[in-house]
Design a protein around this ligand. Structure first.
Ligand SMILES: Nc1ncnc2c1ncn2[C@@H]1O[C@H](COP(=O)(O)OP(=O)(O)OP(=O)(O)O)[C@@H](O)[C@H]1O
Ligand SMILES: [Mg+2]
Length: 327
């Protein structure tokens, strides 16, 4: 497998009146071709900003200030606004959390997808319209010719999310990034959307990045999981290794407090005592040390780097204490 997307040392800062505050602090992530990577971590750890930085969608006053993001032979962080517009949609597709705010309520769903095709692919309108119907069928919307004429509010939440996926796929991207796309949906529909994306990933030979709070949901989709904490990757491993051999104290805390009864909803990440650091108020050393039961004095001095877990292929963890214990 080769790396389709390789993020190295990414830093993102928020400009504040009293100086920049760092929110993403040296993220390393790789997405291989045909692979699905799950990204988990508490609210505010920098999941969305990391993905937005790739395609030039960072909000005002927030900038990628360091690192590289290689994709298709280029560094995305160095592309101009015009080049990034071309990458968005046609090379990297996005699905966002809330279809009701992401879909335009006054444009029929088929027309919205067709517009994306005209814009991204330069298609003529009638062709774009026909392709929009095909895309609605591809994402499992029944009677797609009819549904293409529906307004967003006429569709159920699950159907709207399928429309969002169709829009994300409109440009035939090599990489689909889904940012908590199912949070607003009920559990059964969430599972259907996950199944759909897994099937589409194989059929269209795409890679997928799926951001979520929901470890159980992602287990059915991801080949690999990256656990983020306070703007850094603390553990990165094949999905089975994350569940069988969680090694970073933060990952263990996340998994240790998941209910184990079969069938019981393991929906949101459980709470761990304490709170993550505010942007710009990172403690020296390991950002998790103040909440960590295993922390030693040295943890507050040196920032831990991701290191390979010996004898466990592809499993990396940013915690010298846990590494020692695992050897
Ligand atoms: N527009 C903004 N202005 C100022 N701060 C922001 C803005 N967007 C995000 N942040 C801050 O940057 C940090 C990372 O935000 P990000 O949206 O990437 O988090 P996240 O991991 O996606 O969280 P969630 O799970 O809640 O979506 C947070 O502390 C957040 O408060
Ligand atoms: Mg987010």
């Amino acid at each position: 497998m080769t790396g389709l997307l390789e993020i190295r040392g990414l830093t993102i800062d928020i400009a504040r009146d009293n100086g920049p505050a760092r929110v993403v602090d040296g993220i390393d992530l790789t997405v291989n071709e045909g692979e699905s990577l799950g990204i988990v971590g508490e609210s505010g750890c920098g999941k969305s900003l990391t993905m937005m930085s790739l395609v030039g969608l960072l909000p005002n006053r927030i900038r990628a200030t360091g690192g590289t993001a290689r994709f298709g032979g280029r560094d995305l962080l160095k592309l101009s606004g015009r080049e990034l517009r071309r990458v968005r949609g046609s090379e990297i597709g996005f699905i966002f959390q809330d279809p009701m705010t992401s879909l335009n309520p006054v444009i029929r769903v088929g027309d919205q997808i067709a517009e994306a095709l005209v814009y991204q692919k330069g298609m003529a309108k009638p062709q774009a319209r026909a392709r929009a119907v095909e895309l609605l069928a591809l994402v499992g919307i029944p009677a797609p010719e009819e549904r293409a004429n529906a307004w967003p509010h006429e569709l159920s939440g699950g159907m709207r999310q399928r429309v969002m996926i169709a829009m994300g796929l409109a440009g035939s991207p090599k990489l689909l990034i889904a940012d908590e796309p199912t949070t607003a949906l009920d559990v059964t529909i969430q599972a259907q959307i996950v199944d759909l994306v897994r099937e589409l990933k194989d059929r269209l030979k795409m890679s997928v990045v799926w951001i979520t709070h929901d470890l159980a949901l992602i287990a059915g989709l991801a080949d690999r999981i990256a656990v983020l904490y306070a703007g850094t990757v603390v553990e990165d491993a094949p999905v089975a290794a994350i569940f069988d051999r969680p090694t970073h104290p933060y990952t263990r805390a996340l998994l240790g407090s998941l209910p184990t009864l079969a069938g019981e909803a393991m929906s949101r990440l459980p709470s761990i005592q304490g709170t993550p650091p505010e942007p710009g108020r990172r403690p020296p050393g390991c950002p998790f040390a103040p909440r960590c039961g295993l922390a030693r004095a040295s943890c507050s001095e040196t920032v831990p780097r991701l290191a390979a877990l010996p004898g466990d292929a592809g499993h990396r963890v940013a915690c010298p204490v846990a590494l020692e214990g695992a050897i």
